[in-house]
Design a protein around this ligand. Structure first.
Ligand SMILES: Nc1ncnc2c1ncn2[C@@H]1O[C@H](COP(=O)(O)OP(=O)(O)OP(=O)(O)O)[C@@H](O)[C@H]1O
Length: 585
């Protein structure tokens, strides 16, 4: 049976999943962790692409972050479909930029808008500092101005709402935008706000987008901010005809700082023309893990229903600090390995990047292979494509799991398809001739030269362009990854044979047999300066819930009761209050 047929057969066994799969109009699926939301979305997307979408039309699958988009691509590939011209998979920002602003801004009467570039992070930060300096005098307290302006801009406020934010804040926002435009720049928040205006104000934009993408599928809707909600509403409801399929879970909303509002998902589900489906069965977590998850959330809702029995949850105090926690985890991993548990079925999660760094160092000192992306650069479609190329070139199809055809499709999605097609033969030559032990920096430069010669480099999306700079710096002879070979670079894409180390937030959407959650200290989670019951506090609780529910069979939670701050002082606040409140200590 093919991957798609098997997935459909599984969905058919659950009446609610079946209902959502076959529903032909707008549909919103609300469901707890592990209940098959992403499985439904990806299976439905691939089925529609092959059975309901005319040639040259397609469907768009969007989500908030690049790692989440990468996970969607992987799952779609496992179902036998490549994300490409028929199935667009990407972040909301890349959809807004490459499918709304670039193609329509000029025709909608904003010729300059289509020519703006996305501001590199450093330049956007400098513009913000300068705007604050111009608006506020030097003796005024401006500590929270930057974050306040950014938060309000993400919320796409109306003029009336801006007025209520106080005089200085609006003035800084306007000055910041003026400085960016002076350099022909926009930033990510501009992209969403401008894309929302284009689809709301211009019927032809909605009509052409509907012709190209009659279906819009949104994963993790609870993580999307008001700007996207406006785009979705305009495309699917306000005289737009695009069929919407959205899935999400307000209890897993963990990106509040980006302006997300989980209640928008509930509002969407409550619309008259939307069919709402609530899934209940958790197919991932053992019953005990799912029940403990509900207690972490403090939920008084219905008990979790699981398809898996058992599961084990343990909590351990290691009074000698994080390094002792790491050594304990290493010992347990070696035991699991001796029991023939594949390493990629084990995850080690912690609140911060610094915690992860310390855990990685300790695991490596026990010769445990680890998949951990240091901070050198982030995952974007371009950086992950380059890593996938390296994986294929150094390990071949069997071990890398990538087919050459899929990689070339991925490549052609990086920018203007017609432009990139020209360089495809050259890329194949580079891939076939790359040696695993040669320098990763040179390999990346060779591929970039091809992009440069076809003109594709100029049309890169901003997040791609930004991260390419960081990736090149890291692989440069003076950079922190200068020693990387093509094989090392490719390994960043391969999870097999490695324990996944990740921050708790970045574990979203993933699943493992065994999960260790370390550094659960009061002050780290919840973060020391968030007030009890505040939005930040509740979001940290949900972060714990999300990471806890990644596990199928076992969760081991570790704490020491103290931790060292970045500035070298010792904080002895005891274990995270979330452990006490959920009965885990
Ligand atoms: N009907 C089903 N039969 C068997 N397995 C299923 C079924 N539905 C989902 N699963 C499995 O359950 C697991 C969780 O599914 P999925 O990741 O899609 O859930 P999710 O709701 O998106 O989770 P989360 O919100 O926690 O990321 C996957 O391994 C998936 O294959």
């Amino acid at each position: 049976m093919t991957g798609l047929r098997r997935a459909i057969a599984e969905l058919e066994t659950n009446p609610r999943q079946r209902e959502a799969f076959h529903h032909e109009g707008h549909c919103v699926v609300l469901a707890p962790p592990g209940s098959g939301k992403t499985k439904l979305l990806t299976t439905k997307a691939v089925w529609l692409a092959n059975n309901a979408v005319a040639p040259d039309r397609g469907l768009a699958c969007i989500t908030l972050t690049n790692p989440a988009a990468a996970e969607l691509r992987t799952r779609i590939r496992r179902l036998g479909q490549t994300a490409g011209r028929t199935v667009f998979v990407g972040t909301v920002h890349s959809f807004a930029w490459s499918h709304i602003i670039r193609p329509f801004a000029s025709a909608a009467g904003y010729p300059k808008l289509s020519k703006y570039a996305l501001a590199p992070r450093g330049e956007a930060n400098a513009a913000m500092r300068e705007a604050i300096r111009r608006v506020f005098s030097s003796h005024e307290d401006t500590r929270y101005v930057d974050s306040t302006v950014r938060r309000h801009r993400k919320l796409c406020l109306t003029e009336e709402e801006w007025t209520a934010t106080g005089p200085g804040i609006r003035a800084v926002a306007l000055e910041y935008e003026r400085l960016l435009r002076g350099n022909d720049y926009v930033d990510f928040d501009d992209v969403i706000a401008m894309a929302a205006r284009l689809v709301e104000e211009h019927l032809f934009v909605r009509t052409v987008l509907h012709a190209r993408y009659p279906y819009l599928m949104v994963d993790e809707y609870q993580d999307l901010a008001p700007g996207l909600h406006r785009i979705v509403t305009a495309l699917s409801f306000d005289a737009g005809n695009t069929t919407l399929f959205a899935v999400g879970d307000p209890d897993q909303a963990i990106y509040g700082w980006t302006g997300t509002r989980p209640e928008l998902l509930l509002e969407l589900a409550g619309r008259e023309s939307v069919h709402r489906v609530d899934l209940r069965i958790n197919y991932r977590c053992g019953a005990l893990i799912a029940a403990a998850g509900r207690r972490i959330l403090g939920s008084d809702g219905p008990e979790a229903v699981t398809s898996r029995e058992g599961g084990s949850v343990t909590t351990r105090c290691e009074p000698r600090g994080l390094s002792a926690q790491a050594n304990y985890i290493a010992g347990r991993i070696l035991e699991l390995q001796a029991d023939e548990v594949p390493l990629h079925e084990i995850a080690v999660l912690a609140p911060t990047h610094d915690d992860c760094d310390e855990l990685v160092t300790a695991l490596r000192s026990h010769d445990i292979p680890v998949a951990w992306r240091a901070d050198a650069y982030s995952s974007t479609p371009l950086t992950t494509t380059l890593e996938s190329f390296a994986a294929w070139a150094s390990c071949g199809r069997e071990d890398s799991g990538y087919k050459l055809g899929d990689l070339l499709d991925q490549w052609q999605q990086l920018g203007d398809w017609e432009v990139l097609r020209v360089g495809t033969d050259d890329v194949v030559t580079v891939l076939l001739s790359a040696a695993a032990d040669t320098s990763a920096g040179e390999f990346v430069e060779t591929v970039m030269t091809i992009m440069e010669s076809t003109g594709a480099l100029n049309a890169l999306r901003s997040d791609d362009a930004n991260e390419l700079v960081h990736m090149r710096e890291a692989l440069d002879p003076s950079g922190e990854m200068s020693h990387f070979s093509v094989r090392d670079l490719g390994r960043l894409r391969l999870r097999d044979g490695r324990v996944e180390v990740s921050t708790m937030s970045a574990s979203k959407g993933l699943e493992f047999d065994h999960v260790f959650i370390a550094a659960l200290e009061q002050g780290k989670l919840p973060f020391f300066n968030s007030a009890r019951g505040s939005a930040a506090w509740n979001e940290d609780r949900r972060k714990f819930y999300v990471s806890f529910t990644r596990a199928r069979e076992t969760v081991e939670v570790l704490y020491s009761g103290w931790y060292m701050t970045k500035w070298g002082s010792r904080k002895s606040n005891g274990p995270s209050v979330f452990l006490r409140e959920s009965g885990l200590v």
